[in-house]
Write a protein that binds this ligand. Structure first.
Ligand code: MCA
Ligand code: AMP
Length: 508
């Protein structure tokens, strides 16, 4: 059988000259392709030596580093399932993910080892390693003693490669199961559609625990044998300084607005760039236009999800059409996208409805949640994205809203129901509502509106402070208002649209 392991395809795309630079970090370290090959072999051998059961999950919550990226590749190489976790997650969040996924191995930073290992051992995890962003930690110490030769594990296209936790359209976080076939087919489509070519250099400035940085950016560069300029964290000024050495950049809209605020951003800085790509959140037309004016480049906006990886993209080559600001472009080759009304009928071109998707990119299902999986697919097998939009007569897709209650803040998803649950558990709180309002830096941020139990005195700032110790920082409402009552419709449902309207100017 031909090995369908994603790593095998990525490895096959390494350039002939293995001593050429593969990754150059912003602080001056250079890793060759040989380094990537050897280090991933050593870590894969370490994992293989643990004799883990088939399909074991390797859960990882570490700061961004080249070694963290190698751990991802080594997990694929060894044939296990990678489970990345946002570094912002706090103990209650980690406890849920680890309890649900039951990983065989957990890798965390040295500073978090105490609390993370406690959670992991309680969930039955046998092995907890540390990995820090300065190349220290027990994972690398152990891997140093392993052979740098490793035969890539044989995987079928339907075998799991990664699980990404997302809240989907409703309820508690669910693990979206992505297969080797999902990831590889999408990476190949994007390589062709975005015209990756020899000599391309990618600026990698996104976190590597979500689809955008981990799959779209990383697979793009690796599948093309392209060098990456690697930023541990996004720094707009430094990225602009390095731009003349690069050809491709990918970012969420906040990265673009932060670079636009830098005087150094001009046509000179972008002179060697071939492509700027934006996604994960809506790109404002003002940002799209301003970018064109300042750099001479038209940002290519695309649309994706954890469950589907990338599903639409604006065109790269002019013969396919122009890149239209405010739209997310066309369905990618091989990906079916349709828009249906609530009655299930496909709507005519230009009319608004629910966006549904089908194709080799669509995930296998939610980890150990067959019922939830079933709910999110239509009877004829299309995945319901929870996004609301339209497709015009030319085929451009525009997202106009979401049927799921979701706030996207700086490219991170915040599920109001989760935050409301935490607020409602606080002493004196009767009920709460979290709504998204426009924000100049993060695009959208959460604002909480709370009512008190009879006789209780509440303080909005205190509520925010109380949440900080429990939840990832990007989920914390930027403001909290205490009111007498929440607006409701005749059915008794909280009218979040009225709250959004009331607070929409808060940060303008
Ligand atoms: C940080 N803060 C945030 C966010 N990030 N608040 C709301 N939304 C955020 N995204 C908080 C911090 O905790 C801090 O709070 C305050 O805001 C200011 O932080 P700052 O130092 O400015 O933040 P930063 O560390 O510079 O981070 C901003 C960032 C980061 C670089 C934009 O959020 C980021 O890397 N975003 C990219 C996310 C991403 O990769 N998304 C892709 C998902 P305090 O002062 O109170 O501590 S993949 C996806 O969606 C799909 C499928 C797709 O289509 O790609
Ligand atoms: P996630 O749960 O992180 O996979 O987020 C997926 C969601 O991000 C999608 O369902 C969309 O709502 C949103 N999204 C991704 N790309 C775009 C985009 N270019 N414009 C608007 N929304 C987007």
């Amino acid at each position: 059988m031909h090995n369908q392991n994603l790593f095998a395809a990525l490895r096959a795309a390494f350039p002939k000259d293995l001593d050429a630079a593969a990754v150059e970090t912003d602080d001056g370290l250079v890793y060759s392709w040989r380094d990537l090959d050897r280090a991933t072999a050593m870590i894969a051998n370490l994992l293989a030596g643990l004799k883990l059961p088939e399909g074991s999950r390797i859960a990882v919550q570490v700061e961004k580093s080249v070694e963290a990226m190698m751990l991802y590749l080594a997990t694929l190489r060894a044939g296990y399932v990678f489970l990345p976790l946002n570094t912002a997650y706090q103990s209650a969040e980690i406890e849920y993910f680890v309890g649900n996924a039951e990983p065989a191995v957990v890798v965390c930073t040295g500073k978090n080892f105490g609390w993370v290992s406690k959670i992991a051992f309680k969930a039955g995890t046998q092995h907890v390693f540390t990995l820090n962003d300065d190349r220290t930690g027990s994972l690398l110490e152990r891997a140093t003693h392993c052979s740098d030769r490793h035969t890539i594990a044989v995987k079928g296209e339907d075998d799991l490669a990664a699980i990404l936790y997302t809240s989907g359209t409703t309820g508690r976080s669910k693990g979206a199961e992505l297969t080797h076939g999902n990831l590889l087919s999408n990476a190949r489509v994007l390589r062709d559609y975005w015209g990756w070519k020899p000599g391309d250099v990618l600026i990698h400035a996104l976190p590597i625990f979500h689809v955008h940085g981990l799959f779209v950016a990383l697979h793009g560069a690796l599948l093309n044998g392209s060098r990456m300029i690697w930023f541990g964290r996004f720094d707009p000024r430094r990225v602009i300084e390095r731009m003349p050495d690069a050809t491709v950049f990918m970012g969420v809209p906040t990265l673009y607005t932060r670079m636009l605020a830098e005087p150094g951003l001009d046509k000179g800085a972008a002179r060697n760039m071939r492509l700027f790509i934006s996604g994960s959140a809506p790109l404002l037309i003002e940002t799209f236009n301003e970018w064109k004016e300042r750099t001479g480049h038209t940002i290519l906006e695309r649309y994706g999800m954890s469950e589907t990886i990338m599903l639409t993209s604006n065109p790269y080559v002019a013969k396919d059409g122009e890149r239209r600001g405010g739209t997310v472009g066309f369905p990618l080759p091989g990906v079916g996208v349709r828009v249906r009304g609530d009655d299930g009928r496909q709507v005519p071109a230009g009319e608004i409805g629910n966006i549904e998707v089908k194709g080799p990119n669509v995930f296998k299902g939610y980890w150990r949640m067959p019922e939830k999986t079933k709910e999110e697919f239509t009877a004829d097998g299309w995945f319901k994205t929870g996004d609301v939009g339209k497709i015009d007569a030319l085929g451009y897709v525009t997202i106009v809203g979401r049927s799921k209650d979701l706030i996207i803040s700086g490219g991170y998803n915040v599920y109001p129901a989760e935050i409301e649950g935490y607020i409602n558990d606080m002493p004196g709180v009767a009920e709460s509502a979290l709504v998204g309002v426009p924000h100049p830096d993060f695009g959208e941020v959460g604002v909480a509106v709370v009512t008190a139990k009879p006789g209780a005195q509440l303080d909005g700032d205190r509520i925010v402070a109380g949440l900080k110790s429990q939840l990832a920082n990007f989920k914390i409402p930027k403001r909290c208002f205490v009111v007498d009552e929440l607006p409701r419709n005749t059915m008794g449902k909280v009218q979040k649209n009225l709250l959004r309207e009331k607070h929409k100017q808060l940060f303008s």
